[in-house]
Ligand binder design. Sequence first.
Ligand SMILES: [Zn+2]
Length: 210
Amino acid sequence: MAAHITAPTKCLCGHIDLFSFSSPGMSGRRQDRLYANSTLCGDCSAHIRDLVKPQAKGFYKITLPQLVGRPRSVSWANSLRVAHIRSLGPIMARLKCSTDPVAVVALAVFEMLFKITDANFWLSGKDQAFGAGHWVVSEIEHLMRKRDLSMHENSRSAYCYWKAINPAVIHQARQEASALLSSPPVSTGESPAVQPSQAQPPAGGTSVFL
Ligand SMILES: [Zn+2]
């Protein structure tokens, strides 16, 4: 039986969070640690989920590229994409108005998603809620990592799609996000729950988050 150990672990954002180590063996323990080190802490994840909560109103102007695929696939994928922009557009409009650096990254993630022209991506992800907090958290983690890890690869990921098709799109998303990511965190007063009460600042550096 695997021993469950909960230990403070440094996360991708630089914050320390409690992480449960449960995989058996030395290599399991190592994998667990790698996972913890390459994902965001609970507070940062919660902050992102809060930023991308469904919005009732709002319009975001975006030019959708022509989809590529068989005619029937394109037509179906197009309607799926329209449904996604209906639900995500208001969220993107809200992100656009925010001065929060994390909102800028979240918006870059959605921009990256809507650049995808392969009809099959939209068809295979027809049940995917791209606005779901965990999807956005995972995409932001992809953008933040210094190197890609196979354990985080996901066929529903816009990041993984562009990594295979055209990494220039990822560079652009990182650039859009970098100006604000590298500046000190901005306190907008909009989301008081943002400030972590227990998270410790990273040693020897400024966290891009919170
Ligand atoms: Zn954090």
